[in-house]
Write a protein that binds this ligand. Structure first.
Ligand code: GDD
Ligand code: MN
Length: 368
């Protein structure tokens, strides 16, 4: 029988925890083939959640309660996992909210995915059959949907569809391999950071449709603005593409301002653009080297010089792309179309082109 540790993080869930635990026990009785250990990680809930759980530990042998100080959802899960490794050596972990928003009846479907080869299963609100509460206000809907969209686009990982869901089943090896070092994500960002690590490491991820229903008892502990802020910080720190875009925008602004400045000092516009574009290219190189690709930072004078030369050479490619698009375009649509054509070329061709070249050529990981 496979050992499963089910982690229930709780903060003020006294009216939910008992019925939920009983229901979970029933699901596992029916499943039969798993040895379940329930681990409630409670942050000294002022409502007395721990008392309810203690009463249950007297009734059931497979329930353990951890009481610790308030540190956030991510911290609670990490604490629970470490505790479980120490005392229960589980093969599988389940994370489930203790407020009935995650239906325990879905667990057999989760295990099914595991049997079909998945390493990590997510209860997903954003796949066919899944949903968020219809009675939610528009704000909450937007936070939830936007949160996920930001993650998917920002990380450039379109699957899975639900990155923030806290309803999960995974092999304990996944946590052993990629779960450590996430202590700094003590709040809800933990979910995203852990999943990204798992996906990057190549684990097979599956999703089960989850109808995320509204709470009946208690309140959500999420602080929406804080939540979005932390997500954005995480994405910004981990999205090469976003950093690359930001550096690009800074470079472009720098070039425009410098050109204007030089022209006011009576410098010939052609020269002004040439000089300022050289500055912008250099600034882009430095910015990308220190920030975007800091994990592959180029250092040492000779190497810097060599790569900078490559960088300028490939920047000429971007110039050529724009030259071709604008030349061909104005032939068909007239001279006035130059601005739209240039913008089109930059967004759809130059940005992807440079991004590709930077990743594959300039900041490619080399063995020397
Ligand atoms: N121990 C502990 N400590 N538990 C906590 C804490 C904490 O600081 N904060 C929240 N919890 C528990 C709650 O008691 C509940 O069981 C579960 O974690 C989820 O918390 P909610 O406050 O109900 O979160 P939510 O429903 O608003 O958020 C849902 O959506 C998020 C974003 O999509 C959850 O599914 C999250 O997991 C998800 O990240
Ligand atoms: Mn909830």
């Amino acid at each position: 029988m496979k050992r499963v540790v089910l982690i229930l993080p709780t903060y003020n869930e006294k009216d939910n925890i008992e019925t939920l635990i009983i229901s979970i026990q029933k699901v596992f009785q029916k499943l039969g083939q798993y040895q379940l250990q329930i681990l409630v990680v409670d942050d000294f809930s002022p409502d007395g959640t721990a008392k309810v759980v203690e009463r249950l530990t007297a009734k059931f042998q497979n329930i353990a309660l951890i009481s610790k100080k308030k540190e956030g959802l991510g911290a609670a899960i990490i604490y629970g996992v470490n505790y479980a490794f120490k005392y229960f050596s589980p093969e599988l972990f389940i994370q489930i909210d203790a407020d009935w928003q995650h239906n325990p009846e879905l667990l057999p479907a989760f295990f099914n995915c595991l049997e079909k080869g998945a390493d990590f299963v997510i209860g997903s609100r954003y796949i066919k059959g899944g949903s968020i509460p219809i009675n939610w206000g528009i704000n909450r809907k937007i936070y939830s949907i936007a949160g996920n969209a930001i993650v998917r686009i920002g990380l450039g990982m379109m699957t899975p569809f639900d990155w923030t869901s806290g309803y999960r089943l995974y092999k304990s090896d996944v946590f052993r391999k990629v779960g450590y070092g996430l202590e700094k994500y003590s709040g809800y960002t933990f979910q995203v950071a852990f999943l990204r690590n798992a996906k990057t490491a190549g684990y097979k991820i599956a999703e089960v449709p989850l109808q995320f229903v509204d709470r009946i008892h208690g309140r959500s502990k999420i602080a929406p603005l804080d939540y979005i802020k932390n997500l954005l910080i995480y994405i910004l720190n981990n999205s090469i593409f976003l950093k690359y875009l930001i550096i690009g925008i800074i470079g472009f602004t720098l070039q425009t301002l410098l050109t204007k400045l030089l022209i006011t000092f009576k410098v010939f516009p052609g020269i002004a653009v040439a000089v300022s574009s050289f500055f912008a290219i250099s600034a882009n190189f430095i910015g990308n080297n220190l920030w975007t690709f800091s994990h592959n930072k180029i250092s040492g004078a000779s190497k810097l010089l060599k790569k900078f030369t490559h960088f300028i050479a490939t920047s000429i490619g971007a110039v050529v792309i724009q030259f071709i698009v604008v030349s061909v375009g104005v032939y068909f649509w007239g001279d006035n179309a130059w601005f739209l054509l240039m913008t089109f070329a930059i967004i759809f061709l130059v940005i992807p082109y440079n991004y590709f070249i930077y990743n594959r050529l300039i900041w490619k990981k080399t063995l020397d």
